[in-house]
Design a protein around this ligand. Sequence first.
Ligand code: ATP
Length: 344
Amino acid sequence: MTELTLRGLTKRFGATTAVEDVTLDIPNGRFVCLLGPSGCGKTTLLRLIAGLEEPSAGQILVAGQDQTRVPTHRRDFGMVFQSLALFPHLTVAENIAYPLAIRGVDRATRRRRAAELLELVRLPDVGDRRIHQLSGGQRQRVAIARGLAIDPRVFLLDEPLSALDANLREHMQVELRQLQQRLGVTTLVVTHDQKEALTMADMLIVMDQGRVQQTGAPMEIYRDPANAFVAGFIGSTNLLPCRLAGRQIRVAGTTLDLAEGDRVKSADGDAVLSVRPEDVRFAETGLPARVTFIRDLGESVQIVLDLEGREVSAVFTPRDRPEVGLGDTVHLTFEPGRRVVLAP
Ligand code: ATP
């Protein structure tokens, strides 16, 4: 069932259109990541959904009910902000129960619910502490617990993990996802980190310049990007200019036949070939390229090549690492069935 529906949602700030004509259906229980570069309108879209901004046009529906004019505190949405916005003068338990207090829930119920939520985020013993007595990761969990206090219909988080160091951040990504799976709450998280989105989400919304570029399951978008922006933003890719003629492309002076599984999103003529680094192979024959850089990361090896003045990145596992050195000339092929031809 569709939990959250956006119809033609638009927000203008003076001459800037922060969010432009966004129409989306988010099914019940999904973990959705809203992803895009800085300034693309992610936070504004989340704030519109939360009721913290008024749309210039469009509608927000929850389970088919129009919520566009419903004030924030009546929307039954839980929220976690980038700043966390925890109150230093309240205890941890009081912070968590705060959304219940402003809704007039009695003290005993608040205490019980705070204890439950502390258990849920695996912080059973810190209810009486102040916020400054917690670590960064613990604060994050408290903010998440507070966002869940009212048992929200929709859980909204704006870059909730951005203040954490890399290791803790990865740990919290897994934790947040597991918590969401246990509760089954429809969740929308803003992030600009595509790896974070791929870790957590079962649905991505990729935005650029106020517009939704593509929505879908992470691997679907990875394999079948709608355009060159999405291909480059979700995972890394090699974008090579080419010419498309039917089921053939001409790239770097060589003609390649497209195979079953290769995607074509462009009309004949000038186009762009997208090939993921893990789909670049070295072969006996193929496009001649020169090795310009080798980066050995232990778990993988990246080999950077020059193909007629364009940089191509290839990634190998240590097991299938080719025996090449800097300056060597090799021949490249691109895994059939994994190539995408996009509009220029
Ligand atoms: P970031 O990842 O940097 O937080 P974002 O994708 O969340 O970016 P938004 O904060 O939604 O982007 O901003 C989208 C656009 O709207 C930007 O051009 C921004 O400058 C503009 N904008 C956002 N809020 C306001 C405001 N209150 N007044 C005027 N312009 C605004």
